[in-house]
Design a protein around this ligand. Sequence first.
Ligand SMILES: Nc1ncnc2c1ncn2[C@@H]1O[C@H](COP(=O)(O)OP(=O)(O)OP(=O)(O)O)[C@@H](O)[C@H]1O
Ligand SMILES: [Mg+2]
Length: 216
Amino acid sequence: MIKTENLCKTYGKGEGSVSALKNANISVSDGELVAIIGKSGSGKTTLLNLLGCLDGADEGSVFYGEDDVTKFNDNQAADFRLRHIGFVFQFFDLLPELTAAENILLPAKLAKTPADKYREIIDGLGLAERIDHYPAQLSGGQQQRVAIARALINDPEVLLCDEPTGNLDEKSGKEVMELLLKMNKEQGKTILIVTHDREVAAQCSRVIEISDGVVA
Ligand SMILES: Nc1ncnc2c1ncn2[C@@H]1O[C@H](COP(=O)(O)OP(=O)(O)OP(=O)(O)O)[C@@H](O)[C@H]1O
Ligand SMILES: [Mg+2]
C-alpha cells in the first residue's frame, strides 16, 4: 500500500514561490490501477515525483507499507527506486547513445539484479526485432514500449506513469494502455497513471483528481 500524509511541496521562495501540492492525502492499495487527472499546472507531476522519490517533500510523508520514503537519504532513495518503482514518462526519456537493449538493461545493471525476465519482457512487448536499434531509429510507440520494458526490468511492484500516451498517436497510445492494463491484471502491478485523456482515465479502476495542488 502507498499512502501519503499531508504531503506539501512548494517550488522557490518568497514572492515567486509556487505552492504545487497542499496537504495531499492519498492511499493506493496493492494491485490498484489509478488515474491522476487535473488541469495543466495542478500538481500531478509534482505528486508523482514525490511518490517516486525523485524529489523531496517540504512536509508530510510517503509510505510504502511501513517505510516512509521521505526520510530516506539520496542513496536509500535511489536504491528504493531501482528495486521497487518503474517509471514511464511522456517523452520516453531513453538515453540516445544506448541501444534499446542497453536502455532496458540499465536499471538492472545499476541495481545489480539478474534481469532474468529480460527475454519474457521484450517478447511480451514485441521488441525482439528492434532490440539493437537506437532510440532515434524507433517510432514513438516503439520507444515508449522500450521505456516500459526498462520500467519492468527489475520487476517492481509499482509503476508510475506520467502521461505515457501523451506523445503518441491514437493507435500507439491504445497499445501502450493495453500493455499497462495487462501488467496490472496479469502481474498485479500497482499502477498510477497521470493523464489528460478521459478514455485512459475511464480504463482505470479509480480516479484521483487534483485541482490547484489540492487532492479532491
Ligand atoms: N521545478 C519547478 N520550479 C518552479 N515551479 C515549478 C517546478 N515544477 C513545477 N512547478 C510549478 O508547480 C505547479 C505544478 O506543476 P506540475 O508540473 O506538478 O503540474 P502538472 O499538473 O503536472 O501539469 P501538466 O499537466 O502541464 O504536466 C505549476 O504551477 C508549475 O509551474
Ligand atoms: Mg505534468
